[in-house]
Design a binder for this molecule. Sequence first.
Ligand SMILES: NC(=O)C1=CN([C@@H]2O[C@H](COP(=O)(O)OP(=O)(O)OC[C@H]3O[C@@H](n4cnc5c(N)ncnc54)[C@H](OP(=O)(O)O)[C@@H]3O)[C@@H](O)[C@H]2O)C=CC1
Ligand SMILES: Nc1nc(=O)c2c([nH]1)NC[C@@H]1CN(c3ccc(C(=O)N[C@@H](CCC(=O)O)C(=O)O)cc3)C=[N+]21
Length: 294
Amino acid sequence: MSARTIDGKAAAEAVRAAVAAEVARLSSAHGLVPGLAVVLVGDDPASAVYVRGKGKATIAAGMRSFEHRLPAETTQDALLALIARLNADPAVHGILVQLPVPKHIDPLAVILAIDPAKDVDGLHPMNSGRLASGLPALVPCTPLGCLHLAKSLHGSLAGLDAVVVGRSNLVGKPVAQLLLAENATVTIAHSRTRDLRAVCRRADLLVAAVGKPGMIRGDWIKPGATVIDVGINRVPTADGKGRLVGDVAFDEAVAVAGAITPVPGGVGPTTIAFLLVNTVRAACAAAGLPTPKI
Ligand SMILES: NC(=O)C1=CN([C@@H]2O[C@H](COP(=O)(O)OP(=O)(O)OC[C@H]3O[C@@H](n4cnc5c(N)ncnc54)[C@H](OP(=O)(O)O)[C@@H]3O)[C@@H](O)[C@H]2O)C=CC1
Ligand SMILES: Nc1nc(=O)c2c([nH]1)NC[C@@H]1CN(c3ccc(C(=O)N[C@@H](CCC(=O)O)C(=O)O)cc3)C=[N+]21
């Protein structure tokens, strides 16, 4: 049996079309044009892939895009000063600082500097705390994408055994919170988990967010399970260009799983789509308008 491949690109296009329609309505009815500022300090391979897709998608949805590419030597003070300017800029409704930042910059200081109302990455403790407490919040985009794909496949996730491998604040923990809110029975695994293979094999829904190419093997997957592969890893190829692979050994997993997201073309495009959604939500909240239904 071969798993169904989940088409993240098509799912993302549908979300982006809904965003574009909402942006058109906001701009004609309220003169509101949502704006997203993206800050990249230095370079990181996964961030480079993300930045490539984001600017284009923002413009295509009818929104404003403000890109700030800073050299790797940028000081923390200079970065915090830029964030303060973006916090104060009424044309900017969403701020995203690409992670990781260079070693001499404290990522927590950066996250705490962002106005929680503009925190479209959902990383500020105000937002992660609200998510954990079941209150309305800006939620990280990749977890929103994962949930969107899982729900479009399963409808209800209630009672499913879900295993999330990875516990970062950006992906693992918020994915687990969203799954819990959907009434799945959630296990969070990490680098200290004993017998990870056995833990993964219990999962009806397996989310891999580790950053290790092909770490999750075919025999770690329960036959028929749904596999959501968040990993974005660039591996070398003979032609020197390199290619993107996920955290799941796709060729093995596809023979066992019921459904699986590919890399590229799975979770990645939905991350970008939900970044636009979060920016529209933040813009509406800033303008005192109700949360749009997208
Ligand atoms: N598709 C998309 O849109 C996005 C993709 N990504 C990609 O997803 C991946 C994960 O990102 P992110 O969460 O930010 O990464 P982090 O490096 O912050 O977290 C990785 C997590 O994986 C765990 N881990 C590492 N090694 C192992 C192991 N051998 N066994 C079990 N668990 C392990 C770590 O455990 P511990 O806590 O114990 O150290 C940690 O919790 C990366 O490839 C990243 O590029 C990220 C964001 C968006
Ligand atoms: N503050 C912060 N928030 C993030 O959400 C964040 C980050 N920093 N740093 C880097 C990682 C990585 N990430 C990706 C998002 C989309 C694709 C994406 O669109 N991928 C396409 C790739 C298409 C291509 O090949 O270009 C796909 O998977 O199909 C990739 C990677 C977000 N991240």
